[in-house]
Design a protein around this ligand. Structure first.
Ligand code: ZN
Length: 335
């Protein structure tokens, strides 16, 4: 049995400019590390890829830590705490923020939501911005948008879930990006490049992680829904992802790992990845890995599903998590 943990923001929340960002506090992260080292055999990404190749066996209570999105938090807060405990983990940066210093739509939404603006007002404002595009594009009317953007969420209230669905998935990509940017500039900052510089790791930091025994995985070029892209676009995503990995490790990646943005992929994605030498794929489907028969479709647990030291005993919480997520292919539970 392998437990793969998925992390996003890990930061000293009360002391940041956006204490409402939906992340894990440094204290809770330390508590989780204490808990994990006590109850699990922490394995490295290399251990996992070796097991997939049939060159090793994971211990029965193996656990792997994974950190999505290439956030600076992972360098400043996570890395020293892992290094101190000699834990080798997996870091999954997105290409464009590193190459172009842009803020991804998915993160713009998070910070707009953390700005303190009432989410009901944000829904109205987002819909007004949608209206501005109606003259040039055939977009669904408001009633239809209300209907199709309502997605049940384990973590978010309805307005937040509506906004994420509208601005992460339902609207055409160009419209989504423009609306995210408008709201971000209105409520967070107009200086997007500086914000990106603070939010994401840069190439030297990623190289430093790799030099210190951490593994870098792919997480796409633009953090897009791979299953919604055409074959050529998917290929481009994978090629850009591999180019970044090559820049970090100094050679063409082989036997590498892909973490699917939003947990989204199709049969075609899996074929392309196999051809590209990718050996392990991480989804956002909630669950424990019971075997490695389909290594490109491994499920994970969100950090928020894990107790701190002193919380419920391990069997109880695992059961609770799996019961609550039963039958749901949860897309990017925290995205
Ligand atoms: Zn992501």
């Amino acid at each position: 049995m392998l437990t793969i943990m998925m992390y996003h923001y890990v930061r000293d929340l009360p002391r940041t400019r956006f204490p409402q960002i939906r992340g894990l506090s440094t204290d809770r992260f330390e508590g989780q590390l204490e808990y994990l080292t006590k109850h699990y055999a922490l394995c490295s990404p290399e251990d996992l890829t070796a097991a997939v190749r049939g060159e090793g066996v994971l211990p029965p209570n193996a656990c792997l830590l994974t950190f999505d999105d290439g956030l600076s938090d992972h360098y400043t807060t996570v890395f020293p705490r892992l290094a101190e405990r000699r834990i080798a983990a997996l870091f999954c940066p997105v290409v464009r923020p590193i190459r172009e210093r842009v803020v991804l739509d998915v993160h713009m939404i998070h910070f707009v939501l953390a700005s303190g603006r009432d989410p009901r007002r944000l829904v109205d404002e987002a819909l007004d911005l949608v209206d501005a595009h109606r003259t040039t594009l055939p977009l669904p009317d408001r009633e239809t948008l209300y209907r199709i953007c309502v997605a049940p969420s384990r973590f978010d209230p309805p307005e937040v879930s509506f906004l994420k669905s509208l601005l992460q998935r339902v609207l055409p990509a160009a419209v989504r990006t423009e609306i995210c940017r408008a709201l971000f500039q209105r409520y967070v900052t107009v200086d997007v490049a500086s914000f990106a510089g603070e939010l994401y790791m840069d190439l030297p930091q990623l190289c430093s992680l790799a030099r210190h025994g951490m593994t870098i995985a792919g997480h796409g070029n633009a953090h897009d829904w791979l299953e919604s892209l055409g074959p050529a676009e998917q290929l481009e995503e994978i090629q850009q992802t591999m180019a970044l990995l090559a820049a970090i490790i100094g050679r063409r990646p082989t036997g590498w790992i892909m973490s699917y943005p939003y947990g989204s992929y199709s049969r075609h994605t899996l074929d392309l990845l196999e051809q590209a030498g990718c050996r392990v794929g991480l989804t956002t489907k909630v669950g424990l890995v019971t075997d490695l028969a389909t290594p490109l479709e491994l499920c994970r647990l969100d950090t928020n599903d894990l107790p701190c030291a002193g919380d419920a005993p391990i069997n109880e919480w695992t059961k609770r998590v799996l019961d609550s997520a039963e039958g749901t292919a949860v897309h990017a539970s925290r995205a």
